[in-house]
Design a protein around this ligand. Structure first.
Ligand SMILES: *Cc1c(COP(=O)(O)O)cnc(C)c1O
Length: 344
C-alpha cells in the first residue's frame, strides 16, 4: 500500500459507506418518519427489536441522542443517575444529564469503567427528603475509556437484581455492544431481557454513516418518540439513513472480529516498545496506552502524522487507536513498521 494513504485511527466513527451500503441507501423506499410511515425506518426498528427481543425500537441521529432520550424518560428533574466516572453519558455528552433532564449524577469508581452490584447498592439513597431520588443505573459495554473492555454478563445480571429490588431503571449504553458480543457468549436477546433500555450505535464498528437505535418496551419507545421530537430529532425521509443501518446489521456484525484481531496485532507491537509505559489489556477494537515521560502525547501524535497516521489522545500522556471497517491488514503492517521506528 502507498505510504501517503492516511490511516485514520482516531475513532471507529470515521468510516465511509461501502459501495454495497451506498447502493442500499440509493435504493431505499422512504416516507415521512414523523408520521411513522417511512418503510425503511420501520424495517430497521422492527429488525433491531426482533434481534434484541424487545417490543420496540426507535432510530435516532446519534448515540448521544439515544442515551439522553433514555435518561430523560427514566428520570425526573432532581433525580440521580448512577454510573461510572468515565461513562460516556457523564463525561462525553456535554453535561447532557443536567441540561436535558435536570438530573444529578452519582459517580462510581469502577474497574476500568465497569461498575459492580455492590457499588451500585452502596450508591442508592434512602428515601429521605435530604437526598436526590435515585432512579436510574446506567452501564456501558464495551467501555470506551476502559480500553474497550467488556463486562462479565454475570455482573450485568447482578446489577439488574439490585435495580429490581430498588425499583430503579436500568439502561445500557451499548454503543459498541456488538464488539462485546463478538468476544463473549451472549446474544442480543440476552441483553434485551435484562435492560429497560438499550442504546446501540450503527455509526461505529458497524460502519453506517449516521444513526443509533434505542430499544425498549412499546410504552418506553412511545415516550422516547415524544422526547426525540422535543429535541428536534423528528426526521422525515430518514429511510435513506436507515437503509445503511439495515445493511450494517446484515453485513457488518460478523466482521467485527477482524477489527479485534488487528487491534491485537498493534497491541502486541506496542507492548514491547520502549516509549510505552503502560498499556490497557486489549479485548476488542480499542488500544489505549500511556507514554513514558520522554515523549508527550502531542509529540507522539505529531510523529504519527508525519507518517500519515491519525490517532487521538485520551490525556496529556495517553494515546488511543481504534480499529474499524476502513482499516486493512496492509495498514496494520504499515502501523507496525512505524511504531517500531518511532524514537522518543
Ligand atoms: C460514541 C459513543 C456514544 C455516542 O456517540 P455519538 O457520537 O453521539 O453517536 C455513546 N456511548 C459511547 C460509549 C460511545 O463510545
Amino acid at each position: 500500500m502507498q505510504n501517503n494513504q492516511i490511516i485514520d485511527l482516531r475513532s471507529d466513527t470515521v468510516t465511509r459507506p461501502t459501495p454495497g451500503m451506498l447502493e442500499a441507501m440509493l435504493n431505499a423506499k422512504v416516507g415521512d418518519d414523523v408520521f411513522e410511515d417511512d418503510p425503511t425506518v420501520n424495517e430497521l426498528e422492527k429488525k433491531a427489536a426482533s434481534m434484541f427481543g424487545t417490543e420496540a425500537a426507535i432510530f435516532c441521529a446519534s448515540g448521544t441522542m439515544t442515551n439522553q432520550i433514555a435518561i430523560k424518560c427514566h428520570t425526573r428533574p432532581g433525580d440521580e443517575v448512577i454510573c461510572d466516572k468515565m461513562a460516556h453519558i457523564y463525561a462525553f455528552e456535554g453535561g447532557g444529564i443536567a441540561f436535558n433532564s435536570g438530573a444529578s449524577v452519582k459517580l462510581i469508581d469502577g474497574d476500568r469503567g465497569r461498575i459492580n452490584a455492590k457499588q451500585v447498592r452502596e450508591s442508592i439513597h434512602p428515601d429521605n427528603v435530604h437526598f436526590p431520588r435515585t432512579s436510574l443505573v446506567a452501564v456501558e459495554n464495551t467501555m470506551n475509556k476502559g480500553g474497550g473492555c467488556c463486562y462479565n454478563f454475570s455482573s450485568i445480571l447482578e446489577i439488574a437484581e439490585v435495580c429490581k429490588e430498588n425499583k430503579l431503571a436500568y439502561h445500557l449504553d451499548g454503543a459498541r455492544l456488538f464488539n462485546a458480543l463478538a468476544v463473549t457468549n451472549e446474544t442480543p436477546a440476552d441483553y434485551g431481557k435484562v435492560f429497560d433500555s438499550i442504546s446501540i450505535c450503527l455509526s461505529k464498528g458497524l460502519g453506517a454513516p449516521v444513526g443509533s437505535l434505542l430499544l425498549g418496551t412499546k410504552a418506553f419507545v412511545h415516550q422516547a418518540r415524544r422526547v426525540r421530537k422535543v429535541m428536534g430529532g423528528g426526521w422525515r425521509q430518514a429511510g435513506f439513513l436507515a437503509a445503511a443501518g439495515v445493511y450494517a446489521l446484515d453485513n457488518h456484525v460478523e466482521r467485527l472480529k477482524e477489527d479485534h484481531r488487528r487491534a491485537n496485532a498493534i497491541y502486541t507491537i506496542l507492548k514491547s516498545q520502549s516509549y510505552v509505559e503502560d498499556i490497557m489489556p486489549q479485548e476488542t477494537n480499542i488500544v489505549i496506552f500511556k507514554l513514558n515521560d520522554k515523549i508527550s502525547a502531542a509529540n507522539f501524535l505529531k510523529k504519527l502524522e508525519e507518517n500519515n497516521i491519525r490517532a487521538a489522545t485520551t490525556g496529556p500522556t495517553s494515546i488511543r487507536f481504534v480499529m474499524h471497517l476502513d482499516i486493512t491488514d496492509g495498514m496494520v503492517e504499515r502501523m507496525e513498521e512505524t511504531l517500531k521506528k518511532i524514537t522518543p
